[in-house]
Design a protein around this ligand. Sequence first.
Ligand SMILES: [Zn+2]
Length: 488
Amino acid sequence: MKSASKFEKFAARCWNLLNEGKPFTPIFVIGTMLIYQLFASNTMEEWQAVGSSFLFIVPLLVLYFIYDFPLFLRNYLWIPFIAFILMGGTVDFPLMFLALGLYFFFTVFFWGTIYYYLRIGITLWNFTRFWKLVLKNSDSTSGNAQEQLPKFLLILMLWQHFASGQISSEAFNYSDLGVFYGGVLIFTYILHRYLFDWKPKPYEQYAEMPLIDSNHQTDRVVVIVIDGMRKERFYEADTPYLDYLKENGTEYTNMETVYPARTVVCFSSMFTGTYPFEHGIKSNMVYKLGIKTESIFDSLRKVGKKGRLLGIAHLVDAMGSDVETVTAVMNNDQADPNIMQRAKKIMKEQDPDLFIVQMIATDQTGHSRGVLYDEYLQKIKEADALVEDFVGWLQNEGKMDNTTLIICADHGQADGIGGHGHLDEGERFVPFIMHGPTIQKGVKVEERHSLVSMASTLAYILGAPLPDHARGPVLKEAFLKRKEKKNE
Ligand SMILES: [Zn+2]
């Protein structure tokens, strides 16, 4: 029952630099160039040329840092690359092959095999599958080959073109570079302005607390987030207990996650009730620690109640001391049983009014083995059994008597390395089930809702004020109507 150590929290942040696509691109470009020049550059002048020509690629590094090219927009990244060649840019084939080799070594062997082997005990043969996942992957990590390749290849070729001093009047020269950058900037802007149109539309207004019906309130709420549980795969998995909760509770069948669908972003949105532009957490890589708005934990404190979130180290970056961490370094078959054991301990010792538990094994199996394989369904099945065991334990401890239960995922997962972020197929709509003494039975709410409604709904049930920037309206459809309650 280990918590995440200080070292693990630090290591998790360092790993994010290589794992998130945005910081990865510049780090990889610079690293690859340095390795290449160790063999190619001999004189001081050559090294100086490499250093000074770095300035020419800074605009492109910045542009590609600001702009992801999500999903099909990735294909358009080859156009600037081709334009560079047509304008007379040099393609340095040895550098190109070095970059490709390093990239696939990093993603397929280092990350997909060695890293997962050491961290969660995956097979050392995982590379035989992982290369396929990297090629298909569509998320916002460095494992998105279709986005990373055209980005780093262009930047490297451009850098080497100027570093090697091959600029003549006909070749791609300084004024060509100006024209090129102007073109790429306009091109990027147009693509993102007119083609990137699938982000969920945020609620424009702040939520209002509805008149509180005390019949809807319970003493406690337990939220179990099965991280990365893709909705249609959940339906395909063998989950007798979650099916029971679904049939005896209320299921939201069109519950949408937020953009970008990264774990720390989604958790921040669920428990503040608002979006990244407001709570400030825009990826798993958190540069400035802490959410910028109130969370449900702050709301509960105002009425003398207590909330706890049990989850992985990354969540501390967003929600600080309201988080109890679990270590994510352990065999993936033991990860969730370990978390649930820890959950029981926290429940026993701290008895929080709101208890949120993040189960991670399903997400980790999706990332390491892919979501379209049986291992993923198996992990969902195991999660189902663990939830049943935990709720049974709560009942025995007398902690379920007046408790609302919410089971959901923070995001789904796409094909490839189970990635998520850009809302590819399988990521957008998540399972969402409510169950409890004040929740309607056997109801399916088909209307579209958003996970940002979580915070308001928790505040409503627990009699706390809304977090100050909560935008998601309370999920009122789930609650028993007054008469039904009386008839019981
Ligand atoms: Zn997640």
